[in-house]
Design a protein around this ligand. Structure first.
Ligand code: F6R
Length: 604
């Protein structure tokens, strides 16, 4: 998503901000901007495009200040123009933002009634107006800021300057990361350790819901309830912050926590949040009559989730096959087929071979890949990027949810193109997708419960995962995650299939993890769970609180966020990943580099 930096000290802040923005450019480069307090007054410089464009603006109109904030943008709300570039200003306030303010439309109308005039189409600008308004009645910038934060719904990292508050940068995080950097007589706020890496290696990671007042000589931090807190200062090595674990014990844990951001980044590629529309991809979905997805492992399960969406939303027949099977079975393909290779690395040998085969057989081809310069990206005629960022943990997490997010958004686009989705339904589905980063952040809060469940799972030798509809491939993905990092045998089954054989495995020692969002098959899943519980199986049901109880002895409930069924695979992926992660930690396995595995399988 976007990159944020704030600097407050006694030396020139602007060169430092530019240096940092260059390091943050990987997060987005639609536009960039800087705001500073010059003699106590806000000055702004902004430019469309890369940081070098902003540098050119600064060359023409230099900015000398000891305090400033900077931003490099990945556009979500509003086109990538200079007017939509951050920082956004309203009265005494100027700020930068990473994330999405979900209730911005409602807040904007409220502010418009109060006579506020907006210059951009962004969701961010409302926050600047709200704070400027709040400062009229509350002269304490920190409490005024908190009153604004309390009204925001969505995900955000913010950095704020206020005219008349020289030396002060306010910051806040929810869903999107933000760190405080501790220097000598100079303090920093940044999206990650990399942002402040050139200036300091002493970092405090803000926690979910935290907000902070950063001054030249320190930082006061507050938790979501407004209680002043101290977050530990950790030492990181800046040069490799991109591939460092930061505050996390393992890369896998870090990558699980990056998902609100990585899903949002990916969705922005395919959706127009401002207008509630799916973007039109560079393919005519009316000119194809079938989709053939090929993939391996986790990417294969993402493809299977995509199939449910393409068929349900677009009426587009979709087959999904493991690449190593497809490639040698001489499949009967038809000319109207679009072949889609789904892959994190874009280098998996079997998937790549399938792509080449499909191309050689005259099919249209697309590569849904996370590495945009990969062989698959080059081989396919169409590149569908995911924006998970580098994934280091061998067990795929954020790449998986990015693949699912992209496929769901593309299925909506296909449904619209094929006349199966009308405008109100499109708006409803886009809104649902738009809520996914926040609900993923909420799902991350399930970690306490899952840590406890993991203590039991770690004692098991077999675990069964159950789900229906798109939760079935997710159950298989949950089983795969558990197998590969904890070395516990696990299988994912379609909940309705259990009584056709696998139920014979159920006994008091075999935990059954059930994924039960409130969708149109919830009742069916609940009945299957009763059948298992009746046979003594210890069931762990992951479901929203409002889901009715299946009345089974031994059914343990773990509350998951309530969500639109479309995004349930994104939200429920998080407890699957956390469960596997905590089980592996409990067992003491090598989480990031499990035995016998490699990140990119370039041999068949
Ligand atoms: C499991 C995992 C693997 C990969 C598979 C395909 O956690 O990471 O199953 O999903 O090897 O890799 P890519 O997506 O790079 O083609």
């Amino acid at each position: 998503m976007c990159g944020i930096i704030g600097v407050t000290g006694t030396g020139p802040a602007v060169p430092r901000i530019i240096d940092s923005l260059k390091r943050l450019e990987y997060r987005g480069y639609d536009s960039a901007g800087i705001a500073a307090l010059v003699d106590g007054r806000i000055e702004r410089r902004r430019a469309k495009g890369k940081i070098r464009e902003l540098e050119a603006v600064l060359l023409a109109e230099p900015l000398a200040a000891t305090i400033g904030i900077g931003h490099t943008r990945w556009a979500t709300h509003g086109a990538p123009t200079t007017t939509n570039a951050h920082p956004h200003k309203a009265g005494r306030v100027v700020l930068v933002h990473n994330g999405i303010i979900e209730n911005f439309a409602e807040l904007k109308s409220e502010l418009a009634v109060a006579g506020r005039v907006f210059e951009s189409q962004t969701d961010t600008e409302v926050v600047a107006h709200m704070l400027d308004e709040a400062l009229k009645t509350d002269t304490n910038p920190v409490t005024a800021f908190k009153s604004v934060l309390d009204r925001l719904t969505g995900a955000y990292a913010l950095a704020v300057l206020i005219e008349g508050e020289d030396g002060l940068i306010l910051g806040a995080r929810r869903g999107s990361p933000l760190v405080v950097g501790w220097g000598e007589g100079e303090m920093y706020l940044g999206s990650d350790a990399l942002a402040v890496g050139p200036f300091t290696q002493k970092i405090s990671y803000l926690e979910e819901g935290d907000y902070v007042a950063v001054s030249r000589d320190g930082a006061r931090m507050f938790d979501v309830d407004g209680t002043e807190v101290k977050r530990p200062i950790v030492q990181v090595s800046a040069s490799s912050a991109m591939v460092e674990k930061g505050e996390y014990r393992h890369f896998m844990e870090k990558e699980i926590h990056e998902q609100p951001d990585s899903v949002q980044r990916t969705l922005s590629e395919y959706l127009d949040f401002v207008n509630g529309r799916a973007k039109t991809p560079a393919i005519d979905f009316t000119a194809i009559d079938r989709i053939q997805i090929v993939a391996c492992g986790t990417a294969f399960y993402a493809g299977q989730i995509g199939r449910y969406a393409f068929e349900r939303l677009a009426g587009l027949p979709c087959d999904v096959e493991i690449a190593s099977e497809f490639r040698y079975r001489e499949p009967a393909v038809t000319p109207g087929t679009l072949a889609v290779a789904v892959s994190q690395s874009g280098e998996t040998a079997d998937t790549l071979a399938c792509l080449a085969w499909c191309k050689a057989h005259g099919l249209k081809t697309a590569a849904l890949v996370n590495v945009h310069s990969s062989s698959m990206a080059r081989e396919a005629s169409l590149l569908w990027p995911t924006h998970a960022g580098p994934e280091i943990g061998v067990a795929s997490t954020k790449a998986f949810t990015a693949q699912v997010a992209a496929l769901l958004a593309l299925a909506v686009a296909a449904g619209v193109a094929r006349g199966r989705i009308d405008a109100p339904t499109e708006a409803e589905l886009v809104k649902a997708l738009f809520e996914a980063p926040r609900l993923i952040a909420e799902a991350l809060q399930m970690d306490g419960d899952l840590r406890e469940v993991a203590l039991d799972i770690a004692k098991a030798t077999d675990v069964i995962f159950l789900g229906r509809g798109p939760m079935f491939p997710l159950a298989m993905e949950g089983a795969l995650k558990l197998k590969e990092i904890s070395y516990i045998h696990a299988e994912g089954y379609a909940a309705g299939e259990l009584k056709h054989g696998p139920i014979a495995l159920v006994d008091e020692f075999t935990p059954i993890v059930a994924l039960a969002p409130m969708d149109d098959v919830f009742e069916k899943t609940a009945s299957n769970l009763q059948e298992v519980a009746a046979r003594g199986g210890p069931v762990i049901m992951i479901a929203p609180t409002r889901a009715p109880d299946p009345h089974g002895a031994g059914i343990r409930r773990i509350a998951a966020p309530d969500c639109h069924p479309l995004i349930a695979p994104l939200v429920y992926a998080v407890p699957m990943q956390l469960l596997a992660y905590y089980t592996a930690v409990q067992k003491g396995t090598d989480v990031d580099q499990p035995r016998n595995l490699a990140k990119s399988v370039t041999v068949e």
